[in-house]
Design a protein around this ligand. Structure first.
Ligand SMILES: Cc1cc2nc3c(=O)[nH]c(=O)nc-3n(C[C@H](O)[C@H](O)[C@H](O)COP(=O)(O)O)c2cc1C
Length: 157
């Protein structure tokens, strides 16, 4: 059996990208030990269409906080997919990753509000990284990826 895990992220200065790299590394580590195939598809928000979200088994969104909210391309992504996904993606498992300089709560709230409107099913609380990325942050991202992959494998999400 194979599952598509769609990872949609933007990163201006590489911080989000580092966290996403650790997350997908965790997915790969867990998938190696499982019997299912998990195809990780990585996309920039501006290159992601509603059909990609609809086709995915689960979705990971990763964004920096910009001006107290999700970053611009991520907001544009929601604007583009909104109506096509409204009825088609109810219950879609999803995970949020936010990387911020000093805060991040505004980005989390802005994305969660829209995901709630779409009635997506949040896998775990947001992975929230503030400031310099520590080894703990990297390990948390790896564990989260592994946990999502294992949960897909076990049919829990
Ligand atoms: C235009 C801009 C606006 C930002 N606004 C915020 C903000 O409101 N709150 C915050 O904590 N960090 C803010 N930051 C810092 C970024 O969230 C932080 O540097 C993050 O790590 C960037 O992710 P990236 O390295 O993947 O681009 C801002 C950065 C930029 C470039």
């Amino acid at each position: 059996m194979s599952f598509k895990l769609l990872v949609v992220y933007q990163s201006r200065d590489g911080g989000v990208q580092k966290v996403v790299d650790a997350f997908t590394c965790g997915v790969a580590l867990a998938a190696e030990q499982g019997t299912c195939k998990i195809d990780v598809e990585i996309r920039h928000p501006l290159d992601t269409e509603a059909s990609d979200v609809i086709a995915a088994h689960a979705l990971v969104l990763a964004t920096p906080e910009h001006f107290g909210s999700m970053a611009g391309a991520t907001k544009h992504f929601f604007e583009e997919i909104w109506y096509a996904c409204l009825d088609e993606t109810v219950g879609k498992p999803w995970q949020l990753i936010v990387k911020a300089g000093t805060d991040g709560t505004g980005a989390i709230q802005s994305v969660e509000r829209l995901a709630k409107g779409l009635q997506w099913a949040q896998f775990r609380p947001p992975l929230h990284v503030i400031g310099d990325i520590t080894e703990t942050d990297t390990n948390n991202a790896i564990e989260l990826g592994a946990s999502l992959a294992a949960s897909i494998e076990l049919g829990l999400v």
